[in-house]
Design a protein around this ligand. Structure first.
Ligand code: ADP
Ligand code: MG
Length: 380
């Protein structure tokens, strides 16, 4: 078991890393963060911010020297980086698990090979693959296999001609072409898995997206117990087959009453932010525990919760990209009982950039939702 005053390593310095640093500090650990961005939200509160690239071997050597174990907060850390660090210290999750989640082609093949439900798709490596793809996939979404997030690197296409056009716009990058499913709603399951294979699942969360970006998460999801259990079982199976150690998130679509796995994230997830305020342990506490070999906590949810993302447009008057730039009036949110505001201290707001979130917790799910929606309307 790794225990304080040990130092832990975090690859990536965004808000997920920042919450990990806070959780680790709470438990008495020190944290070093590697992120090239001088204003990285996690780097700002880390014991040391290594401001270097993910393939800077001098920085990796320094991290391996100082840290007892290392984890990640985003899936695009190069596999070579994880492999290199693993020669010296435990890296959790390991490179093979992260590799599956960082490439949509590998991810979809993993789902297919493990008998997990997924929507119809085709692998697109060339224009010929588009010509050969089943016509029943349309209307479809073309997604680049790597480095997409928050709906980036995706195009909705109605037919072959539009798919060809989008593929050229993506400069011929390998893609998946997914059938557009009619969504009843979306859910996600966040879980933690330890070295011995023990799994602790948080209750499934219901997610609402706006323009491809998560907007609102309602926890627990307003879905049937049987649907919740099924999602949880699939998520557990994925963690097991990946040999996953750490915090894992699995996103699902519910379409015509059927569950489909959308994608996995080998790290804490935006839809698990509420675990900080509404659960006995947070997804970040669990990440620290799994990394250190500390027994996982009980993910019991003690309050109903609704999480609302705060995007960069809030910083622009009228939500207009050309509007005046100013700090939103946070006192409006602080006036709401049961609301907790979390801001990530990002240097500059941009449209679509996740700048913070708030969580409303309480006893009555309907009341919590109404309060959260009113608070969102009040802040703009
Ligand atoms: P990201 O990596 O940006 O989260 P996703 O594949 O999860 O990419 O897509 C973002 C959102 O776009 C989804 O949560 C969903 O709302 C919508 N979406 C993506 N793929 C499909 C699909 N095949 N059918 C219907 N909606 C989809
Ligand atoms: Mg997603």
């Amino acid at each position: 078991m790794i225990l304080p005053p040990a130092t832990l390593g975090m690859l990536g310095g965004g808000q997920l890393g920042r919450f990990f640093v806070a959780a680790a500090h709470e438990m008495g650990f020190k944290v070093w963060v590697l992120d090239p961005d001088p204003h990285s939200p996690a780097g700002l509160i880390a014991d040391r911010h290594l401001q270097a690239g993910y393939e800077d071997f001098a920085a990796l050597d320094a991290m391996a020297e100082a840290c007892a174990a290392v984890t990640t907060e985003f899936e695009n850390v190069p596999a070579a980086t994880l492999d290199y660090l693993a020669k010296f210290i435990p890296v959790r999750p390991g490179a093979p698990a992260v590799a599956v989640c960082q490439n949509r082609i590998v991810e979809k093949s993993f789902l297919r090979d493990n008998g997990l439900p997924h929507g119809p798709f085709a692998v697109i490596q060339s224009e010929a693959d588009i010509a050969a793809a089943d016509a029943s996939l349309y209307p479809a979404i073309l997604k680049v296999a790597r480095f997409g997030y928050d709906g980036k690197g995706q195009a909705r296409v109605a037919n072959v001609a539009e798919a060809l056009h989008a593929f050229r716009q993506f400069k011929g990058e390998p893609c998946v072409l997914e059938q557009m499913l009619s969504l009843d709603y979306e859910v996600s399951v966040v879980l933690a898995r330890d070295e011995s294979g023990k799994v602790k699942c948080f209750p499934a969360v219901e997610n609402q997206h706006s323009r491809g970006i998560l907007d609102v998460s309602i926890a627990p999801a307003r879905t049937s117990a049987c649907q919740r259990d099924a999602a949880q079982e699939y998520a557990e199976r994925i963690a097991e087959r990946l040999g996953f150690i750490g915090t894992l998130a699995v996103e699902f679509f519910v379409s015509r009453g059927q569950l489909y796995v959308n994608e996995m994230a080998p790290r804490p997830h935006n839809s698990g932010h509420h675990t900080i305020d509404a659960c006995a342990v947070s997804q970040y506490d669990q990440q620290v525990r799994a990394l250190c070999g500390i027994p996982l906590g009980e993910p019991r949810q003690h309050s109903a919760s609704v999480m609302v993302n705060l995007l960069g447009e809030l910083w622009f008057e009228g939500g207009d990209p050309h509007g005046r730039y100013r700090e939103p009036d946070w006192s409006v949110l602080h006036a709401v009982p049961g609301l907790r505001l979390h801001l990530y201290a990002k240097h500059h707001a941009r449209h679509g950039r996740k700048m913070g979130h708030f969580t409303v917790v309480g006893e009555d799910p309907a009341e919590v939702l109404a309060k959260a929606m009113a608070a969102r309307a009040a802040i703009g």
